[in-house]
Design a protein around this ligand. Structure first.
Ligand code: HEM
Length: 154
């Protein structure tokens, strides 16, 4: 009896320790999961990307100088294409299949000031749609290298 009791006690102690260990693993796993979340996830996924694109469209529509670049554009196609690019660039489950950035913007006469303004509008749209600061900066950092492509054929 004494032996059985001792065995039971030590078994339940082992179980307790094992579950504490598993609990720690789970917690660590969650923390790591957060660390390894894609930018797409940190932004808020497809719903947030679509909200950001729509928010950006309103800002562009309110700016006479910027909206004039879109005079001959199909805005629905532009919105869908930009959303797929933002999803792709942020490691989401999309593949951007539109034209490369130099050809998409060729001979529009885009100026540095207008380029910066569009980037500002995109950031403001992300702020308004609740994208956290680090994710916003990450996204802008991934788009920044596209400057030279967008401007290459102006
Ligand atoms: C990093 C900055 C930019 C990115 C990532 C970007 C991205 C895009 C994308 C993905 C498209 C759709 C291409 C397609 O499917 O045909 C597009 C089209 C367009 N972009 Fe940008 N763009 C940027 C900057 C700008 C700026 C600064 C302007 C003007 C001031 C601009 C004006 C346009 C216009 C007018 C179109 C539509 C072209 C068409 O109708 O075919 N973009 N852009």
């Amino acid at each position: 009896m004494g032996l059985l009791n001792t065995t039971l006690k030590s078994t339940s102690r082992s179980l307790l320790m094992a579950s504490a260990f598993i609990g720690t693993l789970l917690l660590t796993g969650c923390a790591q999961h957060h660390q390894h979340a894609t930018l797409y996830e940190r932004i808020g996924g497809q719903p947030t990307i679509e909200a950001v694109v729509e928010n950006l469209l309103y800002r562009i529509a309110d700016d006479e100088e910027i909206v004039s670049y879109f005079a001959n554009s199909n805005i629905d196609l532009f919105a869908a294409s930009l959303a797929s690019q933002l999803c792709d660039v942020s490691d989401g489950p999309c593949q951007y299949e539109g034209p490369p950035m130099d050809r998409a913007h060729q001979t529009m006469g885009i100026t540095d000031a207008h380029f910066n303004r569009v980037v500002e509008y995109l950031d403001a749209a992300m702020v308004e749609e609740g994208v956290p600061l680090a994710a916003r900066n990450d996204m802008l950092g991934r788009l920044a290298p596209m400057y030279k492509d967008v401007m290459r054929l102006q």
